[in-house]
Design a protein around this ligand. Structure first.
Ligand SMILES: CSC[C@H]1O[C@@H](n2cnc3c(O)ncnc32)[C@H](O)[C@@H]1O
Ligand code: ZN
Length: 430
């Protein structure tokens, strides 16, 4: 007896381009069958008539707790935004803020079809607790800023290591742990080398912001006489264990280094556009074989966690940047949001395939803006939005069914998040 059978839906496995009617069978958190029909029975049958059954999205760069700062400081460039608005408030965040901010982020992601994400944040034990309680899958890193201060660096590294020791593989394996040095302009080269050594020792990955702005590029050239990619490569930092967010100000040589080292890139088009950071050379990276995934970044620079919106923005941005409408076709963007993201996090998700994690979503196509259907990839990227997701399953557990969130008390999360945000802004009046 299986746990769940999803039947009558149109299945988009992401293993092929085809959309075929069939069933998905789930047992013990794993997909055990994807077929036209099945002989099996299950404890729970989900009727997906008129819907598309597909892998959940993988958001490869966010800061979940920043949901509490959604709309708090808009329309500033990155340097000013971080120094004058975001960091002073983040300094006043409490454990409860981080917990409820992350819960709110999980709620938003579950409701819009994201099943796993990579997060970099502070109060990281509370973030992990919220992920565990929500039922989502996540690769979590503690944000370390050392700024050349050896003592601070030691305590930051200790905090991240303790987190890794306490949480690696927790929540039935749904929690993956990583090191999170914030960026090459907030961490010294000595510190970055130490992080790499510890990551190798602990056999975990590293999540870092890289070359997001021209200001970072200039700062690095001034300080080190080379860009962030060259510095990181000189340190032996770059490898398939590294998840590099943004990567906007790359040269052709930098792209070659990323490809050669097997670095995974998280492209964050909405955040890059909102902070006017620039346009990442995504078509160039994809052409050269770099694994480019998609991330929303935090809610203070996006201002939501909707991967549908991220996909559409990525496609449109690179078409207009290159003046070529054939660049980043819908299918390729969909792969970035699913299979490439799963590869970046090293998880067996992102496709509907036997033996893979049962991280599955159902997208309701019975909507005016999704009618008629010629090409499902087109609809998912250009016409659909997060609110079209009716059902979200992570690790074989139903978190939302028929638009009803069953893994947490939605109203309680909204109420607590509003209270926390009010207290946070009050405390931030200094
Ligand atoms: C509190 S942990 C996360 C850390 O990163 C900062 N942050 C958020 N978005 C960005 C971005 O686009 N570039 C650089 N840093 C960013 C955030 O404020 C936190 O300090
Ligand atoms: Zn970020």
């Amino acid at each position: 007896m299986a746990d769940i059978i999803i039947k009558n839906g149109y299945i988009l496995t992401m293993d092929s381009y085809e959309l075929t009617q069939g069933v998905v069978v789930i047992e013990n958190g794993t997909i055990t069958e994807v077929a036209e029909s099945t002989e099996q029975d299950a404890d729970q049958i989900i009727d997906a008539k008129g819907s598309v059954v597909m892998p959940g999205f993988v958001n490869t760069h966010t800061h979940t707790g920043m949901t509490l700062l959604r709309g708090y400081a808009d329309d500033f460039p990155l340097d000013e935004w971080l120094k004058n608005y975001i960091w002073p408030v983040e300094d006043r965040l409490t454990d409860e803020d981080a917990y409820i901010g992350t819960k709110l982020a999980c709620l938003e992601m579950i409701k819009s079809g994201t099943t796993s994400f990579a997060d970099m944040f502070i109060h990281i034990d509370k973030v992990a607790q919220a992920v565990k309680d929500s039922g989502m899958r996540a690769a979590l890193s503690y944000r370390m800023i050392e700024a050349g201060n050896e003592e601070k660096g030691k305590s930051e590294l200790d905090t991240n290591k303790r987190f890794i020791n306490n949480w690696k593989g927790e929540a039935e394996g749904r929690i993956i742990t990583m090191y999170g040095p914030h960026a090459p302009y907030t961490c010294s080269e000595g510190f970055l080398s130490k992080v790499k050594k510890e990551a190798n020792h602990d056999r975990v990955g590293i999540h870092i912001h890289v070359l997001e702005t021209e200001s970072e590029l200039n700062q690095m050239k001034q300080h080190y006489g080379m860009c962030s990619i060259n510095l990181l490569d000189r340190l032996g930092f770059l490898g398939p264990d590294v998840l590099a967010a943004h990567c906007v100000w790359l040269s052709d040589d930098d792209i070659e280094i990323l490809r050669g080292r097997g670095v995974h890139v998280s492209h964050n088009p909405v955040s890059n556009m909102k902070l006017a950071s620039g346009v990442a050379p995504v078509p160039g990276m994809l052409d050269r074989g770099v694994n480019v995934s998609l991330g929303t970044d935090g809610c203070a620079s996006n201002n939501n966690l909707d991967m549908f919106e991220e996909m559409k923005t990525a496609a449109l941005l690179h078409k207009v940047e290159s003046l070529d409408p054939t660049v980043l076709p819908a299918r390729q963007v969909l792969e970035m949001a699913t299979t490439s993201g799963a590869r970046a996090l090293g998880i067996k998700s992102g496709v509907l395939r036997e033996g893979y994690n049962a991280d599955v979503i159902i997208v309701d196509m019975n909507k005016p803006h999704l009618t008629p259907v010629y090409d499902i990839h087109s609809h998912l990227v250009y016409s659909a939005s997060g609110s079209d997701v009716s059902t979200t399953i992570v690790d074989g557990r139903i978190l939302m069914q028929d638009y009803e969130v069953v893994c947490m008390d939605e109203q309680d999360v909204l109420d607590r998040a509003r209270t926390a945000a009010a207290g946070l802004v009050e405390r931030a009046k200094f």
